[in-house]
Design a protein around this ligand. Structure first.
Ligand code: PLP
Length: 364
């Protein structure tokens, strides 16, 4: 059996350090916004070369807190990709604004900057590019458009911790960068966790306040906020893993390289890496017209595969009910029909990749 992700292998390797870190945190008993959360915030900010990072309960809340801290709410429109996890657009609606979907590039599955301008209206206040599957969105033209139209940029980095665009790590380009530490993300904890990074002191202060019931001083509340703190034990685990993230991402890249050569010459569209980008392969996602046959053959051989994502967000029932019929977005819809993600994690072995490729070669 080869799963999509095997978290046991990484825990086996890091067991001693993680168990010790958990033991120390348990001994300290500062469970809410304790020393590990504060230290992880400093370490993640430094990793990105930014002054501020604020932990929160999960990646969805990271997006919601960033939207609220950027002042986005009722009557506003936010441009984003329809080819992503629901949280990207769900949080726009939760903030009271409306998501406006722009189609994606066929090679990276990320928002197509050339299609943004026609979707800008007087109500547009922000763009949320998603660095999907670990490949950076095309930030230079996105930042140009945002500057021209005075839009905020909130990066959804949930799948791309450590990915770089023109030598800069993603999350540091816009007004805020939002991360998820869901266990299967490329930097994952052992429960839920999230973080927002920013160069803007006011946004950082606002997020700190919002994550803690809209309170900067205990029992004084200036906004309707949330209970959305990063858990101290999760922060302790993440502090063990953060120093290894580049190594983990390198291992994913090596696996992707091996997949690429092992699957070359077949009638598949393999994941691309654009010049100037460092893809971290949170997922290894190909496109195939015979996706179901490949998935079935893999399943017969005890190999997992997955479809991320079968329904683009502009066609999700929730948004059809809220906003009525949407115009079609061809690249997203074609991608939803053809994508297939293969097992990918740092500890996946060369022998396993050979076995997976062997099965795919024999699909007729
Ligand atoms: C996982 C994910 C989120 C949400 O993160 P959670 O920690 O699960 O709330 C948001 N956006 C994208 C693209 C994701 O993959």
């Amino acid at each position: 059996m080869i799963p999509m992700v095997d978290l046991k292998r990484q825990y086996a390797r890091l067991k001693k350090e993680i168990d010790e870190a958990l033991g120390r945190a348990l001994g300290e008993t500062q469970f809410i916004l304790g020393p590990n959360v504060a230290a992880l915030e400093r370490e993640v900010a430094a990793y990105h070369g930014l002054p501020f990072a604020v932990g929160c309960a999960n990646g969805t809340d990271a997006l919601l807190l960033a939207l609220r801290a950027c002042g986005i709410g009722a009557g506003d429109e936010v441009i984003t990709s329809p080819f992503t996890f629901i949280a990207t657009a769900e949080t726009i609606a939760l903030a009271g604004a409306r998501p406006v979907f722009v189609d994606i590039c066929p090679d990276t599955f990320n928002i197509d900057p050339e299609k943004i301008a026609p979707k800008i209206s007087p109500k547009t206040r922000a763009i949320i590019p998603v660095h999907l599957f670990g490949h950076p969105a095309d930030m230079a033209p996105i930042l140009d458009i945002a500057r021209e139209h005075h839009l905020k940029v909130i990066e959804d980095c949930a799948q791309a911790f450590g990915a770089t665009y023109r030598q800069q790590r993603v999350g540091a380009f816009g007004d805020a960068g939002c991360f998820s530490f869901f266990p299967s993300k490329n930097l994952g904890c052992y429960g839920d966790g999230g973080m927002v990074i920013t160069k803007n002191e006011d946004i950082a202060a606002k997020i700190k306040m919002l994550r803690n019931h809209g309170s900067a001083t205990r029992y004084y509340h200036s906004e309707v906020g949330y209970n959305s703190r990063l858990d101290e034990l999760q922060a302790a685990i993440l502090r063990v893993k953060l120093p290894l993230i580049d190594e983990f991402n390198d291992a994913r890249r090596a696996n992707a390289l091996q997949y690429g050569s092992a699957l070359a010459g077949l009638d598949l569209l393999l994941p691309a890496e654009r010049p100037g980008c460092r893809h971290v392969y949170h997922q290894f996602t190909l496109r195939a017209q015979n996706r179901q046959k490949i998935a079935d053959a893999l399943a017969d051989a005890g190999i997992a595969s997955a479809v991320y994502y079968p329904v683009p967000l502009h066609l999700q029932e929730v948004f059809l009910k809220m906003y009525g019929p949407q115009e079609s977005l061809d690249v997203s819809e074609a991608s939803a029909r053809e994508v297939l993600s293969l097992p990918m994690f740092p500890e996946l072995t060369a022998e396993e990749i050979r076995r997976i490729a062997h099965v795919i070669h024999h699909v007729r």
